[in-house]
Design a protein around this ligand. Sequence first.
Ligand code: GTP
Ligand code: SPV
Ligand code: MN
Length: 590
Amino acid sequence: MATAADMLLPLPQLSRPVADWVKAVSELTQPDAVHWCEGGDAERGALIGQLLRSGELKGLNPEQFPGCHLYRSEPNDVARVEHVTYICTRSQADAGPNNHWMDPTEARAKMRALFKGCMRGRTLYVIPYCMGPLDSPLSRLGVEITDSPYVVLNMMIMTRAGRQALERISREGRFVRGLHSIGELDPERRFIMHFPEELSIESFGSGYGGNALLGKKCHALRIASWQARSEGWLAEHMLIVGLQNPQGETHYIACAFPSACGKTNLAMLIPPASLPGWKVFTVGDDIAWLHPGEDGRLWAINPEAGYFGVVPGTNPETNRNAYEMIRRDTLFTNVAVTADDQPWWEGLGSGAPVLDWQGRPYDKANGPAAHPNSRFTVSARRNPSWSPHAEDARGVPISALVFGGRRREVAPLVYEARDWKHGVLVGASVASETTAAAVGQVGVVRRDPMAMQPFCGYNFGDYWRHWLDVGARLMRPPKIYHVNWFRRDAQGKFLWPGFGENLRVLAWMLERCAGRSGAADTAIGRLPRPEDLNTQGLKISPGDLEALLSVDPELWRKEAAEVREYLHRFGDRLPAAMLAELAETERRLG
Ligand code: GTP
Ligand code: SPV
Ligand code: MN
């Protein structure tokens, strides 16, 4: 129990294990100063002031974008780096073919050499944080040590950071240790190492998002997925959204789409005018921790407190909520600016850039003005559709789970899995075109099971087995769906309008959960017939709708063969039930 006296203690005295660790890291990294983050507006304001004076942050137009700032990354450091992200388990088989693996002893030695003396001339910041509501038993704790004040600012928005988190650490003892340094931002000396058996992370050489904000993908997905397996829950790359139908009933769904494939947008969707009476409530936009509840349902919390969202494409038409949300108290990374210091990006729809994301005079010949993976960091409370239940300690009950990918062909607009087991196969079969969220080629279809390919902290074979086990424990399991908002016609035009109109598909799912709407049984699962979707006021040709709702057996036989080949990579770790489900789908395909 925290007592009144505890409240007065200086932070370093609150937790001996944290203080000892900070001391050991200081001895290794040799910072000029150590700053323990209390959290709160005064500390944040002081940090921003310091970064404005040093020129690392740029203030944006105070009339149009009050409280907003711009940060420009090193041009070589603008996305996640999957090729140098490692899972360091004692046994390589535990990391699985889905991960890069390094022996933990070797990885520790390598990182020790990099961290040695790396904070000379810098301040070491200690960020105690809580993933999930401070009072939730489902939340988990961590401490990030970093030499990047930009990381501190982000972590203060993205997590519950500061004294209260440290107080909880002092009560509970267990926390994830995340050590981070930007190093020299040299891509050759950049590694993101995970030690799930020791609940620790070491990240060197990048200041970007998922590489550096260690509470996010490193902790809340890679380490948490490992913890979740041993504790009987799921840590997933999913948004959580509440949908209130015109009758006033609210149901929550959680959706896993790969990076830059529409989670933030769906989580804060604006119902189209032609679907009156619907309301949308955002619980989370990127990560869900799902726990089987005593009532036999699956319950979800969002471990994060803010959004680190894709900027390009955000405008009042595609998503007015997102557009309004980022007009105040928002940290922009790698966007362009206009002549009057407003942030600018491709797909904004108004204004013109004068400086590009690197701060150079804008020249079309240099490519997009804003980096395609430019991001906003903003408190979830700024979201006009923020759910009143987002902070509920027990989470929200989930009625449906949705997987999705970015596929110009093959995958229909939506289909429903036959049951949980089939749903696990559907999730494991997700493939999606790569995006600018990670370094590498963009637009190449790759397998991305459950949208977790870059984020699962252990062998996918074991992970799918765990999914099957969790499902077996649920008396009232959610239905499972697959969606694809990104089908294109021969000319490359999107067949489906997407964004707010996606509600039509979600509404069909909820009606299915309530046993009120129809579907056609196909080889891959159940699809709505055109008449099962509410298309009132929707501008779409009957031909396009039919194309979106059809299954091409030829293409799907090929798809199933690719899935089979992929699953076989997991050898004896692959649960037999998955192959049985696949065989059933293949039998139906003929
Ligand atoms: P991460 O933060 O990387 O995990 O991404 P995310 O899954 O939250 O993706 P986000 O909602 O930020 O969308 C990424 C891009 O896809 C943006 O450029 C959006 O404008 C675009 N997008 C989102 N939803 C849709 C949709 O329904 N249809 C189409 N065509 N584009 C969409
Ligand atoms: C993603 O890439 O899925 C993101 C951004 O949400 S990052 O924080 O870099 O992971
Ligand atoms: Mn993400």
